[in-house]
Design a binder for this molecule. Structure first.
Ligand code: PSU
Ligand code: MN
Length: 304
């Protein structure tokens, strides 16, 4: 095993016993939500996974160790440190490890570490993608390349329209990543159930999600399967409200000259401020919803 990888005892035992496990990312804790809601949500998400019959494995880099399974104290530490934790994508791993630093794992690095540990299912909120204006900026999240090469099922609530959703879907098609709508034919846009874009396939049960992913593994097809799970109706936000906030946030980002890895955290924080916290409440609910589906799917995958 990789000498930098540290799998918690509970996750090691679950792996040995063939029990269902769900990986969780830590950038959503440090950069995705404010303290203390970030820590409360992370612990609630873990609890939801347990209630649905699986073992949670929150993933992060702590003191240069790649952790698969964080303790509540480690989650509290990452949550308090917030934006001071380095947001770690694939390119950041080598130096952070060598310097024994901390890193919050994005979708990309959570997939990398989950795959190293042997965890097949990962629940999160939203993925990175092709940013609006990428024709000029080249700002395309490393998440898309990771989805193309690392064999983990990623369960999210679609992508926020801070991204160019059409170009994001084109990129995923080129890379051969199946985009599944859970109970829907339409790609959900995170805070809202509707984006106007279709998904590749609609699947309605955790059993069928597991069967499709197992078939992908059995055929030796590399890369992920992306499951997009719409936010429950009662928590979804009006599309006009969220669209207006996103337009304003992008305008403010350009005016402030923000670029590179700061873009996504800046936009997330701005949208939250502009919507007076409604978007945070929606964000929490959609993550819980994804955690439930991920636990059920991990269970179904273990029964294969
Ligand atoms: N989108 C969200 N919430 C998030 C992120 C994206 O709606 O928390 C985080 C995830 O960790 C994702 C990362 O992997 O941002 C993508 O960052 P970038 O766009 O810089 O690749
Ligand atoms: Mn980027």
């Amino acid at each position: 095993m990789n000498k930098y990888l540290e799998i918690s005892l509970e996750v090691q035992e679950a792996l040995k016993a063939g029990k269902p496990i769900v990986a969780l990312e830590s950038t959503i804790i440090s950069h995705g939500m404010p303290y203390p809601q970030n820590v409360q949500t992370a612990l609630r998400v873990e609890q939801t996974i347990r209630e649905n019959g699986a073992i949670p494995a929150t993933i992060a880099i702590i003191g240069g160790k790649l952790k698969a399974g964080c303790t509540p104290d480690e989650i509290e530490y990452l949550g308090q440190k917030g934006q001071y934790v380095i947001k770690a994508s694939r390119r950041d791993l080598p130096v952070l490890i060598a310097r024994k630093e901390d890193g919050a794992t994005t979708v990309t690095t959570t997939m990398i570490i989950a795959a190293m540990a042997g965890i097949k299912v990962f629940a999160t909120g939203g993925i990175g993608g092709v940013h609006r204006g990428a024709q000029q900026t080249f700002d395309i999240s490393a998440d898309l390349e990771e989805l193309a090469q690392t064999p983990v099922m990623v369960i999210c609530a679609g992508a926020k329209s801070i991204l160019d959703l059409g170009l994001t879907l084109e990129y995923l098609e080129t890379k051969g990543v199946p985009v599944i709508g859970y109970g829907t034919d339409e790609l959900p846009a995170f805070y809202t159930r509707h984006s106007g874009f279709g998904v590749d396939y609609r699947i309605d049960t955790p059993q069928e999600l597991a069967a499709a992913f197992q078939a992908k593994i059995d055929c030796g097809l590399k890369g992920a399967m992306l499951v997009t799970n719409p936010i429950p109706e009662q928590y979804s936000m009006p599309k006009e409200v969220i669209d207006a906030a996103i337009e304003q946030a992008i305008h403010d980002m350009d005016a402030a000259g923000i670029h590179g890895k700061q873009c996504t955290p800046f936009l997330l924080a701005k949208v939250k401020d502009l919507t007076g916290g409604d978007s945070l409440a929606a964000n929490i609910q959609l993550v819980l919803n994804n955690a439930r589906l991920a636990a059920q799917t991990a269970k179904a995958l273990c029964e294969k």
